[in-house]
Design a protein around this ligand. Structure first.
Ligand SMILES: Nc1nc2c(ncn2[C@@H]2O[C@H](COP(=O)(O)OP(=O)(O)O)[C@@H](O)[C@H]2O)c(=O)[nH]1
Ligand SMILES: Nc1ncnc2c1ncn2[C@@H]1O[C@H](COP(=O)(O)OP(=O)(O)O)[C@@H](O)[C@H]1O
Length: 210
């Protein structure tokens, strides 16, 4: 079975990547998001095993020691990481997989899988980023201030990515993400099995063709 494509999606906190990725996987078949592990506290409404695998630091460090992470990093003083199992299970099923990770994790993934496609999502302005962080209603003022400070260093890595999407109008940004996934699927070197068998038929027994 052919392997799916691995997409990396990064953005400063509050830019809208979780909302966009959720809509993207609902709107397209054959694509899933990998569920990360984290040591950060669960927010109201979040479900263990769905939004994240919520773990304590000792468990996370045990997984690091056993080499169970494909990538991991410390972000806002907490550990976040993608287990090898989480990403590989989806890819082996022939599905595309999205990793919602920070720039440090993105670097680790590119080293191991240079064919991964990376996308950076930008907010339309700093003030709108702050407004979104506040309007989400999930974080205290101090946490929002910390995320705003770290947003600039996260965004400074934009040029390590293959594509940039500005999340100003949500529908436009979603359409751009859909186009990136679809165009990757149509790319020749990643020919699907359907295209491979069509081409085998078209190019075989071609009587009279030089
Ligand atoms: N390296 C890495 N970063 C992650 C992973 N999961 C999430 N992150 C990063 O951690 C940041 C904080 O995530 P979170 O606390 O859920 O806040 P949110 O992005 O504002 O929803 C995100 O912006 C991601 O960039 C992961 O598995 N690996
Ligand atoms: N294009 C957009 N316009 C206005 N609000 C948005 C847009 N995209 C996302 N949001 C809102 O901004 C907040 C942060 O989005 P979220 O997906 O949680 O961001 P992230 O995962 O990048 O931290 C949420 O309340 C979300 O509904």
């Amino acid at each position: 079975m052919s392997q799916g494509t691995l997409f990396i999606v990064s953005a400063p906190s509050g830019a809208g990547k979780t909302s966009l990725v959720r809509e993207l996987i609902e709107s397209l078949d054959g694509i899933q998001v990998s569920v990360s592990h984290t040591t950060r506290a669960k927010r109201e409404g979040e479900v263990d095993g769905v939004n994240y695998h919520f773990t304590d630091a000792a468990t996370f460090e045990g997984m690091i020691a056993r080499g169970e992470f494909f990538e991991y990093a410390k972000v806002f003083d907490n550990y976040y990481g993608t287990s090898r199992k989480a990403a590989q299970t989806v890819l082996d099923a022939g599905q595309d997989v999205i990793l919602e990770i920070d720039w440090q994790g993105a670097r680790q993934v590119r080293e191991q899988m240079p064919e991964a496609v990376s996308i950076f999502i930008l907010p339309p302005s700093r003030s709108e980023l702050e407004r979104r962080l506040a309007s989400r209603g999930t974080d205290e003022h101090a946490i929002i201030a910390r995320r705003m400070r770290d947003a600039i260093s996260e965004m400074s890595h934009y040029d390590e990515y293959d594509y940039l999407v500005v999340n100003d109008d949500f529908t436009t940004a979603l359409q751009e993400l859909q186009s990136l996934v679809i165009s990757r699927r149509l790319a020749c070197p990643l020919m699907s099995e359907r295209h491979a068998s069509l081409l085998a038929t078209l190019l075989s027994q071609a009587p009279g063709v030089e």
